[in-house]
Design a protein around this ligand. Structure first.
Ligand code: G6P
Length: 618
């Protein structure tokens, strides 16, 4: 969940560390810190801050006052934190020191056996200065190197001592140009530039400097110097590093003139959907998913699909279920990853498990995928991050091509997931020969038309903002939908909760009468997905029930649908589209609606409180 950076050999290493951390801040922003070896004094310079929303800014100010010439061209490490063990305070901010401040460590993940390790270390005289699990690493390295063992060997030995998931980087005052790193489960990438070497938890922090990138494998250690790096396995045997290809430009990771990343990313949705669909189907109804590396013969044997995910990806999975059931005509179920992984899994033979995760790193989804795979069923990971954990675990991988998403609340990745799930459902239908030629051509046409409809929907954002302005003071929202409209309602309510910190409940509209309707009273705001479908009359009957109890109703409707407009108080108009494809369009006004309300309430939409972009803890 945290962001890690390491640089050695650069002239202004400290300011480069801070610059790279600004690209990693979306991974956590409870605190930030850097540590750099000072060659001449033989000590480590460290700066840390835990300022709500402003840690990096604070560090930049402090660095401005420091004499940075002392550590030019030396090794440095940096960290941006999302707190797991220990409060978000400066003492808990990384990098952490050993007793003698000779070793500094940054870490992402969780050391599961840190209680035991810390108590053993304390018994042997070590003094801890933080409440973090990370600090044990610094003290363990201190012990390991005390008897003359090399840092490299000491880091290799950590792979045996530490339990849990981690990516770590450390420096030692006596080796001013070397960074040592190790990883298990949490990712770590190494980059080689002209006369410097870098490492980071995410390629986004490195692409500005170099595209010569390599992946550090699971249970591997790296020794990184300005002129190159070496990689070792658990036994200390040298390994060949694996290169990584990245297509992203650094500009894509910047705000591109928008007030915040979220509005930039909402406005990039047409491109995200277009690129995700690109080359995956054509007008005559053929699909092309060769990259999946699972042949049609294997897919034709699939009798059931199980989709698993968290957060917005879970809502995408619910849409995927409808598409699979409607087009491939086989049963599909959806599970929340944190629930699925702790249930005894009894997955039937010939089930296809699809794990959906924009980051490809969410711990619960990763473990659910891993467990499913251990049962011998076919698995697919759907992610936005090339080379991410899940992409390496599954039998097949499909990438959404949304580009980097920095805003914590998912927008363009969610739309890309919806589009890709529709492509996959369609491909599965083809493999199972479940559709006629004309049905295939019609569905392919609907999917291929989505980017245009997304563009038309985005052009209506001013209208959505105006409607939202009227509701920014309210505190009780209910989001209703039926069938494909229900995942839209869930996603709309999640966006409002995440961004505006307002209570928003989503229900299948038909379920309201089984309890929640007793909460409806004058002042309640009901947002209903009422795009035209075979269930339109039923949803309008539910609208009447809400209005009869005094609720104000805002409806997502098809454009120019005057009949729907006349039955509600306010409308969010969107282009008409077939029901299965409707979530791709219907969710957009609700993203904008939540965005506007959050802005009106003065919130930071890119970094909502208590949330993190990548959740690598349970
Ligand atoms: C966090 C993010 C959400 C995201 C969820 C699942 O909660 O804030 O936006 O939907 O994680 O993330 P994933 O990377 O697995 O899609």
């Amino acid at each position: 969940m945290c962001g890690i950076i390491g640089i050695t050999g650069a002239q202004s290493v400290a300011s480069q560390l801070l610059e790279a951390l600004s690209l990693l801040e979306y991974r956590g922003y409870d605190s930030a810190g850097i540590a750099v070896v000072e060659k001449e004094s033989g000590s480590i310079f460290r700066l840390r801050a835990a300022e709500q929303g402003g840690s990096l800014h604070h560090l930049i100010g402090s660095l401005g006052k420091a004499d940075t010439s002392r550590f030019e061209y030396c090794a440095g490490i940096g960290h941006t934190r999302w707190a797991t063990h220990g409060a978000p305070t400066t003492v808990n901010a990384h990098p952490h020191f050993d007793c003698g401040s000779s070793i500094a460590v940054v870490h992402n993940g969780i050391i599961e056996n840190h209680h035991q390790l810390a108590s053993d270390l304390r018994a042997r005289g070590h003094v801890f200065s933080s409440e973090t699990d990370t600090e044990v690493i610094a003290h363990l390295l201190e012990e390991e190197t005390a008897d003359g063992r090399t840092m490299k060997d000491a880091v290799v030995s950590l792979l045996t001592t530490l339990r849990g998931a981690f990516a770590l980087a450390c420096i030692h005052k006596d080796f001013p140009e070397t960074i040592y790193a190790a990883r298990r489960t949490s990712p770590l990438v190494i980059g080689m530039a002209d006369s410097s070497c870098l490492l980071a938890s995410d390629v986004a922090a490195l692409v500005e400097t170099t595209r010569n990138l390599f992946e550090l494998g699971d249970d591997q250690v790296a020794e990184v110097t300005p002129i190159g790096f070496k990689v070792y396995d658990q036994l200390g045997v040298e390994m060949t590093p694996k290169p990584i290809k990245v297509g992203w430009s650094i500009e894509a990771a910047r705000k591109g003139g928008f007030a915040d990343y979220m509005s930039k990313e909402i406005n990039e949705q047409q491109v995200a959907v277009a690129e995700t669909i690109l080359g995956r189907l054509n007008e005559s109804g053929d699909s092309e998913l060769e990259e999946l590396e699972i042949d049609e013969a294997s897919l034709s044997k699939v009798e059931k699909v199980l989709l698993v995910a968290c957060g917005s990806s879970y809502h995408a999975a619910l849409v995927g279920r409808h598409a699979i059931e409607a087009w491939a005509k086989i049963p599909a179920e959806v599970d929340i990853a944190s629930e699925m992984r702790y249930r005894p899994m009894r997955i039937q033979e010939n089930t296809l498990v699809i794990a959906i995760s924009q980051s490809g790193e969410t711990t619960d989804t990763y473990h659910a995928l891993k467990q499913a795979r251990s049962q011998g069923v076919l698995t697919i990971a759907m992610t936005n991050v090339v080379g991410s954990l899940m992409s390496r675990e599954a039998d097949g991988v499909l990438y959404t091509r949304a580009g980097p998403e920095i805003g914590v609340a998912s927008t363009k990745c969610h739309l890309a997931q919806l589009s890709l799930l529709e492509c996959l459902a369609f491909h599965l239908a083809g493999a199972k020969s479940a559709l006629s030629g004309s049905e295939k051509a019609a569905i392919a046409g609907d999917i291929m038309n989505l980017p245009k409809l997304v563009e038309k929907t985005l052009a209506r954002q001013d209208q959505y903002h105006k409607v939202a302005e009227r509701y920014s003071e309210f505190r009780d929202f209910y989001y209703l939908g039926r069938r494909s409209g229900f995942p839209i309602a869930l996603e709309g309510a999640l966006k409002l909760k995440e961004l505006a910190y307002v209570r928003a409940e989503a229900y299948p509209a038909g379920e309201m009468k089984h309890g929640p309707i007793s909460l409806i009273e004058p002042g309640s705001i009901v947002v209903v997905v009422a795009k035209r479908s075979s269930l339109w009359e039923k949803i309008m009957a539910n609208v009447e029930e809400m209005k009869a109890r005094g609720a104000t109703v805002i409806a997502v409707i098809d454009e120019d649908d005057e009949e729907s407009a006349s039955l509600v108080d306010d409308v969010l108009e969107t282009p008409a589209v077939t029901e299965i494809c409707s979530p791709v369009i219907g969710v957009i006004p609700l993203q904008t609606f939540a965005y506007s309300i959050a802005k009106a309430r003065g919130h930071d939409v890119d970094r909502p409180r208590n949330l993190a972009k990548v959740v690598t803890v349970e």
